[in-house]
Design a protein around this ligand. Structure first.
Ligand code: AMP
Length: 209
């Protein structure tokens, strides 16, 4: 059970949970969002092309995503398994993934829309290691600084209200149909994503058994 996909709306807790689950299972955490943000920060051609779409809360074109995912899956550390977080995000991506590799399970995160907005609006991210915090529920030990490396925390440009609204619309229209896609393939395991990170982690462990 080590070829895993995390599916769910922005703010559902995929990234937070993916880091812990990947560590426990000894598999790489593959976040297309993290890879794209690193590309934007480095100013590479990929980053320059992706930046505008990301700021607006829209999906980056599939060809760019396929290139990233193809290259990442070709690396030897994915032989023991992988955890995709934020990929696939539309039907074309899910069909492409199906051609690239079998999948053992898709964990779908279920969280109320109001809760998603509450989580995203107070989220802060470390631009260096991508660790995320929540100003109220999971604040850093020293205000405004990453616990791991002391870097000044930032609000992601796409966690601002206008972009959040667009990301939720994009999720409903383009990504939510994947729930049926994976349900039909008997791969879908819905998990209640509300509550503490520890409570959600336990539900995910159970769902992966
Ligand atoms: P995330 O960190 O997963 O919320 O992704 C942040 C942003 O990166 C998204 O809003 C998209 O603009 C872009 N992105 C990440 N993954 C994908 C993907 N699989 N397909 C298209 N765009 C993506």
């Amino acid at each position: 059970m080590k070829r895993i996909v995390f599916l769910g709306p922005p703010g559902a807790g995929k990234g937070t949970q993916a880091a812990g689950v990947a560590r426990e299972l000894g598999i790489p955490h593959l976040s297309t969002g993290d890879i794209l943000r690193a590309a934007v920060a480095s100013g590479s051609p990929l980053g320059q092309e992706a930046d505008g779409y990301m700021r607006a809360g829209k999906l980056v074109p599939d060809e760019l995503i396929f290139k990233i995912v193809g290259e990442r899956l070709a690396r030897p550390d994915t032989r023991s398994g992988f955890l995709f977080d934020g990929f696939p995000r539309n039907l074309a991506q899910a069909e492409t993934l199906e051609r690239l590799t079998p999948i053992d399970r898709v964990i779908s995160f279920e969280v109320e829309p109001e809760e998603l907005v509450r989580r995203l609006s107070e989220r802060r991210t470390c631009p260096k290691c991508q660790a995320t915090y929540h100003l109220t529920f999971q604040p850093p030990k020293a205000a405004g600084k990453c616990d791991r490396d002391g870097t000044a925390l930032l609000q992601r440009p796409d966690d601002r209200p206008e972009a959040v609204a667009e990301r939720l619309r994009v999720y409903a229209k383009q990504t939510a149909p994947l729930l049926d896609f994976y349900r039909q393939r008997k791969l879908l395991a819905p998990v209640n994503g509300s509550g503490t990170p520890e409570a959600v982690a336990k539900r995910i462990r159970d769902a992966l058994r």
